[in-house]
Each structure stands twice: as structure tokens, then as C-alpha cells.
Design a protein around this ligand. Structure first.
Ligand code: TYM
Length: 330
């Protein structure tokens, strides 16, 4: 089984990324041949600071290993180190349509907030489709916010296959049962997010314990007293229940049962304890790994070599099927 997922290096990583991303990466790497990609080409679709991008790329690699990726088992690499990604984006951009890209809600949200919108922000989902399809991916562990992009990748794969002959495996998205969409603690109607969120409502993976406690304590909750999961009527409490499941591995029902006779205050205090207990060891490992940038760069170079080798046959097939001549014998 082939597993592929990607995560952007810019922006501080938060508990939503942990739930839909990191923890699923560590779990799915056990199921087969896994590729995890630091998608730096995606990070330049909005204005960015080059120095920040450079620094955060290595930091993200450290965080991926700190949250459980095993360099022996998984291939961890940087997207721009493998040129097949940019090449496949061009080829697939001639298969995807403007109509389907216009329907992407993430594009509409992000573009709506800016005066000037890059072409890259519009074609971003095509780059993502190439990431996935180049590896003949069976499953893509992601959060719910990437569902529409994944569906588009499937459509593009099917269209390419029917137009040019069987080339791609059609991938399937894998979403966490609870915690597929962690919400902002201050605005439980919006997802927890690096770009659109409220920093007071966002638990960053590198937040010190005191910051976590303060954010959970001041989280918006609902009137009423019961700790039950009902996202429509009790968005704030339901979100905290899901956060508890992410931190402890319990099910929603188990959390509800455990807090059957507790009040909101006690529940919030236990949620913050659980999140702090989750994050502390991750932060300690992160600091250790980040302190050896040469070793990180070495691991990423090995990852890039493996990813190049794994993606090359599919890229070659794409060129051939689409009718390109290939350089021979030099
Ligand atoms: P990115 O970098 O925004 O997010 C990384 C992962 O975190 C998940 N996530 C969440 N999960 C639950 N609740 C939330 N509030 C939350 N916020 C983020 C995301 O779903 C994602 O799994 N376009 C992608 C990166 C990408 C990619 C790929 C992913 C590029 N190519 C190929 C999979 C396959 C993105 O920007 O994710």
C-alpha cells in the first residue's frame, strides 16, 4: 500500500494539523510504503518571507520526526527537491479545467481576503494532485479541509486515465474519525487555522503549557452544562471533546461518559492537562532534533533521492502517454 501526504512549511503548526496531519502520518506509516512531503512550492502561493520559508522548512522536518515519523520506515522530503512535482503540475494543469478550480472553496476564501491573488493560488490544487498521483498513491491521510482538493485529484486522475490510458492509481482520502476538523477555540464556527484563525483560539504545537491552559480556559463554550457532543447545538464543547479524543486516544463516547457529572470548568481544566501532556514530549523531541540541522539535512537528502526514484517512472509515463518525445541516448 502506498501512502502520501503533504504539509506546508510556513505558519506555526497547530493542534488541527496534529489531528488531521501529524498523528495520522505516524499511524499510517505502519501500513505500507509512506511518503510525507514538506510542500514548500505550495507555501509561495501567498506572499511570504524567503528567510522564514528557509528556516521553517527544517523546523517542520524536525516536527514531523518529533511527532513519530520514523526515517527508516517513511520517506520524508521537500517538494522542491524533486522536480517531478513542478513538472507534473504543468501537465495536469492542461487536464484540469478553470471551472473546477473556480469551485474550490479554499481558493474562494483565501482569494476573497486579498486584493492581489497569484495564479499559483488558483492552480494550487493541481500541484497537489500531481504530488499525490506521482506516487501511485492508495491512501492520503488528511483533515476534512482538504477533502475537496482530494476529490479533485481523483477526478483529474480518472480524466487522465480515460483520455490517455491507465496511468494513475485513483487515491482515497483517509480522515480521522474524531478531530477531522478541529475548530478555533474563540470562534468554534471556523476551523483552527494558521492563516485565517484567531491566535488566542489556536493551540500551537510549540505553545508553552501556560499558553495552552489560558487558551483552553478562555475557550468559548455554550450555554447549558452538559458535556455532550452535538456540533450544531454545542459547537464549543463538542470541539473540546474532540480535542480530548485527540490528546488521549479515547472515543467521543468515552469522553462523554467520563465527564457525565462534571461541569465545564473541570472539563476545561482536564482538557488542558491532557493537551499539555500530549505536547510536552513532542516539544522536547523537537528541540533535540532541531539542534542537529546537519543531520536533518542529511535525512531530507536521502528522502529526496528516494522520492525522485519513486516518482520518476510515473512522470515518464505521463510524458509518453501525452505524446511527448523523450531525449534519447545522451
Ligand atoms: P496544510 O499544510 O494546511 O495542513 C496540513 C494537514 O493538517 C490538516 N489540518 C487540519 N485537520 C484538522 N483540523 C484542522 N483545523 C486542520 N487544519 C489543517 C490538513 O487537512 C492537512 O492534512 N494542501 C495541503 C498540503 C498538501 C497535501 C498534498 C496534502 C499539498 N500537497 C498532497 C495531502 C496530499 C495543505 O495546505 O495542508
Amino acid at each position: 500500500m502506498r501512502i502520501f501526504s503533504g504539509i506546508q512549511p510556513t505558519g506555526a503548526k497547530h493542534l488541527g494539523n496534529f489531528s488531521g496531519g501529524f498523528r495520522q502520518y505516524a499511524a499510517t506509516q505502519e501500513q505500507g510504503d509512506a511518503f510525507f512531503c514538506i510542500v514548500d512550492l505550495h507555501s509561495v502561493t501567498v506572499p511570504h518571507d524567503p528567510e522564514d520559508l528557509r528556516a521553517r522548512t527544517l523546523d517542520l522536518a524536525a516536527l514531523m520526526f518529533a511527532t513519530g515519523l520514523d526515517a527508516e520506515r517513511s520517506t520524508v522530503f521537500v517538494q522542491s527537491h524533486v522536480t517531478a512535482h513542478a513538472e507534473s503540475a504543468w501537465l495536469l494543469g492542461c487536464v484540469a479545467t478553470i471551472g473546477e478550480l473556480r469551485r474550490m472553496t479554499q481558493f474562494k476564501d483565501k482569494a476573497g481576503k486579498r486584493e492581489s491573488v497569484s495564479v499559483g493560488l488558483f492552480t494550487y490544487p493541481v500541484l497537489m494532485a500531481g504530488d499525490i498521483l506521482l506516487y501511485q498513491t492508495d491512501i492520503v491521510p488528511i483533515g476534512d479541509d482538504q477533502r475537496q482538493h482530494l476529490e479533485l485529484s481523483r477526478d483529474i486522475a480518472e480524466r487522465f486515465n480515460s483520455r490517455f490510458g491507465e496511468t494513475f492509481t485513483v487515491p482515497r482520502g483517509v480522515y480521522p474519525e474524531a478531530g477531522a476538523r478541529i475548530m478555533d477555540l474563540q470562534q468554534p464556527g471556523n476551523k483552527m487555522s494558521t492563516t485565517g484563525g484567531n491566535p488566542q483560539g489556536t493551540i500551537y504545537l510549540l505553545d508553552p503549557p501556560e499558553a495552552v491552559r489560558k487558551k483552553v480556559k478562555t475557550a468559548v463554550t455554550d450555554s447549558g452544562r452538559e458535556i455532550i457532543h452535538d456540533p450544531n447545538e454545542k459547537a464549543g464543547i463538542s470541539n473540546l471533546i474532540e480535542i480530548m479524543t485527540v490528546a488521549t486516544g479515547e472515543s467521543i463516547a468515552e469522553v462523554e461518559k467520563r465527564f457525565e457529572s462534571s461541569g465545564y470548568g473541570q472539563f476545561k481544566s482536564d482538557v488542558s492537562d491532557a493537551v499539555v501532556a500530549l505536547l510536552e514530549p513532542i516539544q522536547a523531541r523537537f528541540r533535540e532534533i532541531r539542534d542537529d540541522p546537519a543531520e536533518l539535512e542529511r535525512m531530507l537528502a536521502i528522502g529526496a533521492a528516494k522520492a525522485r526514484e519513486a516518482s520518476a517512472p510515473t512522470l515518464e509515463k505521463m510524458y509518453e502517454r501525452m505524446g511527448f518525445t523523450r531525449p534519447k541516448g545522451v
